[in-house]
Design a protein around this ligand. Structure first.
Ligand code: HEM
Length: 344
């Protein structure tokens, strides 16, 4: 699906489109649990969202804000005097993972391991051995951590899941690992990738950078526009029964891919779609999907991106790409692993 209206229909109409079996990475190593909540269709899907939603509400994110700001401030301190940094590697790669690890309760020393497992799963597409290694290593660690918080409950999201209830009963082993593993996959790298792409655009567009320096109150609108113009993933659904959509016959079981970038650039929905505009009256893009599976981490992601951008612009003077910088962007989950920038 490439048109805005059609993408929206597929995301929203869960009577016709199913997300069962989505992101089934774990099947590659012989596991049979489902990714929760992503691979569960309504109405069952709702009970897991009820369990998780309070941890991702705007109010919960506001309580996390001082920690997010401190994490980001510390990172900026580490390179502010140097006149340059690798924005993707030294900044974008680090702060969202620290915030996420704090939320879940994972110990800080797992940082490098987590990133290499995650990279093997999401960016080494095609290298099946590396993917399997990443998946097995992450699952082994997460199962160990789940056991730890089962014995000693603590105030973090992993413990909330392990000791939580859905419809009045505790979660099964499969439900627990399915939820913790999906959060791990979804929460670790997405903001990092978006941060790198956002700063890449700013480094290449000095006028836009200056506009945001002069108008920091417009950063929330800017974040929405960065998200619209840089969707990092696409999502698919399978048809629950034979039907027709946009003149195309679709059979039960067939797989439909929604190209988020195409929807986000559809001129029927977005005026001048290729122009970065801060004055869009409504900016309902698909970067965080839509319908029942709309990204659970959307408030957290937006808040992190806002803080990361505003603190950086406040502390670092106008920046640009370092001459000769490698600007490679990798597929899978679209990301720029390195972004060398200079200022002053
Ligand atoms: C800019 C950053 C992010 C982007 C672009 C993003 C994108 C997405 C997309 C496209 C989906 C829907 C997939 C589908 O419908 O098949 C989704 C779902 C989800 N995301 Fe995010 N995400 C981001 C950040 C996060 C963060 C930080 C977390 C958690 C800490 C998170 C957790 C989830 C969860 C749990 C779901 C499944 C929701 C459900 O099935 O009900 N995401 N995300």
């Amino acid at each position: 699906m490439t048109r805005y209206e059609d993408v929206r229909e597929v995301y929203q109409n869960d009577a016709v489109y199913s997300n069962a079996g989505a992101a089934n990475f774990q099947a590659m190593v012989g596991e049979t649990f489902q990714m929760i909540p992503l691979a569960i269709d309504p109405p069952d899907h709702g009970k897991y969202r009820i369990l998780l939603n309070p941890w991702f509400s705007p109010r919960a994110i506001t309580l996390m804000e001082p920690k997010i700001r401190a994490t980001i401030g510390e990172l900026i301190d580490s390179f502010a005097d140097k006149g340059e940094c690798d924005l993707a590697y030294d900044y974008g790669r680090i702060y969202p993972v620290r915030v996420f690890m704090g939320l879940m309760g994972f110990p800080e020393e797992k940082f490098e391991d987590f990133l290499s497992w995650e990279y093997a799963i999401l960016h080494d597409m095609g290298n099946l051995e590396r993917m399997k290694w990443g998946i097995s290593s992450a699952l082994a660690y997460l199962r160990g951590y789940i056991e730890e918080v089962r014995r000693t409950p603590v105030d973090n999201l992993t413990s909330h899941i392990v000791h939580g209830t859905v419809e009045g009963r505790g979660l099964t082993e499969d439900e627990i690992i399915g939820t913790v593993f999906f959060l791990w996959v979804g929460g670790l790298d997405t903001v990092a990738a978006t941060t790198a792409l956002m700063f890449r655009r700013l480094a290449l567009d000095p006028a836009l950078q200056q506009t945001l320096r002069d108008n920091p109150d417009q950063i929330p609108e800017a974040i929405e526009e960065f998200l619209r113009m840089q969707p990092i993933v696409n999502s698919g659904r399978s048809a629950k029964h034979d039907h027709e959509l946009a003149g195309v016959q679709i059979k039960k079981g067939e797989y439909i891919m929604c190209l988020n970038a195409a929807g986000n650039f559809d001129p029927a929905e977005f005026e001048e779609p290729r122009t970065f505009r801060l004055d869009r009256p409504s900016n309902r893009h698909f970067t965080l999907a839509g319908g029942p599976h709309r990204c659970l981490g959307s408030h957290l992601a937006r808040r992190e991106l806002r803080i990361a951008l505003s603190e950086f612009l406040e502390r670092i003077p106008p920046f640009r790409m370092k001459p000769g910088a490698d600007r490679t962007v990798v597929p899978g989950l679209i990301a720029a692993p390195h972004l060398p920038i200079v200022w002053g």
